[in-house]
Structure formats: structure tokens, C-alpha cells
Write a protein that binds this ligand. Sequence first.
Ligand code: S3P
Length: 421
Amino acid sequence: MNISPAKRVRGTLHVPPDKSITHRALILSSFATGKTTLYNLLECNDTLRTFEILKRLSVRFKGDFERLEVIPPEEFSTPVNPLFCGNSGTTARIVMGLLSSIRGFYILYGDESLSRRPMRRVVKPLKRMGGIIMGRNSDENLPIAIRGTKLKGTYHKLEVASAQVKSALILAGIRAHGKTTVEEPSKSRDHTERMLSYMGANLKVKGNMIEVMPSEVNGIEFEVPGDFSSASYFIALAVAHPNAEIRLEDVGLNETRIGLLEILKDMNAKVEWQVTKSSPEPTGWITARTSRLSGVEAKGEIIPKMIDELPLLVLLGAVAHGTTEICDAGELRKKESDRISTLVGNMKRLGVEIEEKVDGFVINGPQRIRGGRISSMGDHRIAMTFSIAGAISEEGVEITDPECVQISFPNFFDKLKEVTG
Ligand code: S3P
């Protein structure tokens, strides 16, 4: 895929539905009492893995991803064959929490990248609740085998802020004996808590702590908002390009997701947004246009709120005036690729000087983005970040393996074409 420098960036866009919320809507409605109707679900490789697994567990679906009825089974069935999570960490980790509390025997496995990603962070706390789970490399990696059983409510203090781990433990807690408490070092995305409360679960949120009691949940009607993470590629393009103005409609603006907007304000970017609907998920519009960006420091509590957008902040750091420093972001090494080393390697290939840290980056700007040839390493967020780099570069960017955008944003290149002409 060749991305040429864009002369002008203009347009009003609807981005695809939110990936995190789609996974949760499918999984949570699969054990509700009564039918759920879901609107505007994201159909991409990752969410299809969750959908296929739920079908194998006897959850019934009617309709398509624009309007889907979910009919929970009387009892989940035990599939004869292992369940494939593909490239999707959200599927593997959240489904693990669900299955460890449901009687039956299950094996989860994934593709090469997912099989390298850490799983002990979920397995260990689930075992403390009485979970019977065994995984490769002393529980660190998939494949993982689960014998579902009755769990006991437990207090968990997480070492890393991870919405996937938190969600797995909340789902395990919902069917356990007694209270389950999950405390995070800083707040990660709270879509699971919001949706479960909306479904009537007995769940309390106190700062970074969530308490969940055994609960029945009810079927709901729910529409998934646009994905802020998908919108962020176009926000970054607009603020970094010399002739740009973009408006994004019906985008999720949940506070635990929009750290990038806060950081952009600190960088003096011309971005505006407004929430037009607040429950159960804040949704609204965003506008972004050509800006003279200043360097910024991103560390601490804001990092989990923009974890998937950090690759874009690295790119923006290169064009901003002054130093941009990103710290406390060691989790990036545990994503679909080691995003710290993939970003540093690829930025250098485009002619940008950048310093690699164990848990982040230092970039002095502004620098020219010359252009060149890069590999996404099969990581969708790297492919999309370097497409934006291509559009603001001097000579364009060639991406050798662009197909991975299917993982979260199937029509990404069409949308990019639409706004860059
Ligand atoms: C996600 C949580 C984050 C994020 C991922 C989606 C989720 O991962 O990076 O893309 O849907 O819960 P962690 O829980 O590993 O931080």
C-alpha cells in the first residue's frame, strides 16, 4: 500500500463502531436473562472471533451486525474443539473470565502474535478465585485450558491498569459466591462497568475500585457509538497537516478513552468536541484542524486513557515544536507487536530521530518526515499510524503488510482516500 503526501485534508466522517464496546455487548448479552437487541456492531476480524466463540457455546444470533438479536442459551455447551481467539486479546482475556465460572471444559488458542502475549495477569487472579486453569509456559501464554467451576468472590489489586483483566475478573465475580473487588493502579476504560450497570448488575464503582456482587443481568437494547481509537487517526492527520479540517460524527467520548484529546489541548492543537448523548456511553462530535503543535510530556494516569493512541502521539511528537516525552508506557511492548520497538524502527526508516526508552520515547521536533518503506509487523495500529505518516510526509510511505487494518478498521484506506482525495 502506497500512501502519497496529501495536498489537502477535508471532510465529515463517520468512523466504524467501537471495537471494545462491541466485544462487551456480545459477551455480556450472551448470559443475560432475556433477549438483547444490539445496533451498529463492529464487524471486523477481532469482533468476529468473539462472535464465533459465542456461537460455539450455543448462544443464538438473529440478524446482522447492524441489528443483531442475541438469544442466550439455557446452558452454555462444551464445544468438542478448541476455541480460536485469532489476534484478539480482548476476546481471549474477557472470555477466559466468563468461562472459568461456567461449568464445562474449554480450550482457548490464538494466532502467533496473541500466543506471545501475557495471560498470567488474568489466569493468576482467576486461580485465586478458585479457577481451574492451565496454560502454556506456566500459565503465561495460550493455549489455555479451563475447567469451569463455582468461584469465590475475592479482592484483587491489579499491578497494571488493564481493562481486559479488570473485565475478566468482573465477569468471573458476577457468578461467584460473595463480593469481588478489583482495584486498579489507575483507571482503564470502563465500558464493562457501564454496560453491566445498565443491564441491572449489582456493581459499585468507587474511584479506581469496582465492587461486584453475584447478579442476574437483563437483556437490553443498545447502540454502539463510533470508535474513538479509529477516529484518532483522522484527528492526528488534521492537526498535523498544513491544510486540514475534519469533523467526526457519533464518536464515543467516554472519559476513560479520550486522553489523546486532553494531550492535544496541552499541545495547543485546534480540537473541539462535544458530548451530545451521555448514557450509557457518552457520544458526540469532534472537530480538528491544522495546528502549530507544541511538544508535550505524557505520563502517569493519562497513559491508560490513550494507550491505543500512543503510536499517534509519537508521530505528532515528531512534527511538534519542542520535546515530546512519553513515559510509563511499558505496556506498549505487550500489544499486537512490541509497539515501542516497532515505532522506533519505523520512525527511523522515515528519517525521524527518536530515542527509545524501556517504557516510552523521547522525540525532539519539529522534524521532517521524509518517507520510506515500513512493515506494520502485522499490527493494525502501526499500519494506520504510518498511513497517516505517509499523508503528512514529503515523499510518501509504502506499507508492505497493510491487510492487518481488517483487525479493527476494515475500510480504513477508503476513509483515508475520502478525506485526502
Ligand atoms: C482493551 C483494553 C486495552 C486496549 C485494547 C482493548 C479492551 O488493553 O489496549 O486495545 O477492549 O478492554 P489492556 O487491557 O491490555 O490494557
